[in-house]
Design a protein around this ligand. Sequence first.
Ligand code: SAM
Length: 278
Amino acid sequence: MSSIDSLPPLREVIATHGLSARKSLGQNFLLDLNLTAKIARQAGDLPGMDVLEVGPGPGGLTRGLLAEGARRVLAVEKDARCLPALAEIAAAYPERLEVVEGDALEVDALARLSPPIAICANLPYNVGTELLVRWLTPDTWPPVWQTLTLMFQREVAERIVARPGSKAYGRLAVLAQWRCDVRIAMHLPPEAFTPPPKVSSAVVHLRALPEPRFEADPKVLERVVAAAFNQRRKMLRASLKGLAPDIETHLEAVGISPTERAERVSVEGFCALARRLG
Ligand code: SAM
């Protein structure tokens, strides 16, 4: 029996079901259930929430979410080898865990859940950023989810919370901070995982704001930010010249020096420019 539920410890589950980790699927498992319960607690008021988990693997975080009282968990897993282990968890928590076998980039999982919704995952590294960008750019705001509690490589986590003027500040920071409160909730060393990855990891927590922090058309803002950071070492008058012939005038009109570089412009500054160009 484990420390948080009546199921076997994860090492035993992995041995029983032959779940040797596959690099191609980004499999670095969390085996400490006290740690997974701690990550689950970051996600919000779980007893009142449905949770989407991407990549449950042998189910460490899934068990954390359920033990912490999540109303319902929908877990999307690409590796069919994990399904029998996950079925045992579903049997221990009747009516509370549904597992979908598939690629999280293709399954429309959020449509199957009822608000309030939290998304909580130890993401496979190869699809993590793509999923985050999708969750941050729905057709309408506020999104159907309230919070994202996501494990990333530390370097990606730092890009999400980076402030203007830092090297990590870029498109991901602007996209995330424009419409969410963001913070790093936990740091994890490689040894927290089996097998240990080469780099440290961090859990990022994002809470959707009811409205964007500053007014801007999402499509225009996305174009401005993509162009600005595509050539981040260049002055804005050069990196943004493809957006408008008289870009210098527009930059000056919103109080941004045309010789400034993208990494020094605040989210508010990018939104002002997007409004002007929009
Ligand atoms: N949640 C488990 C844990 O914390 O121990 C496993 C995390 S492991 C970093 C990533 C998991 O995502 C693996 O179980 C892997 O099979 C799964 N995975 C990889 N690519 C996926 C995809 N495109 N869609 C759904 N699951 C995926």
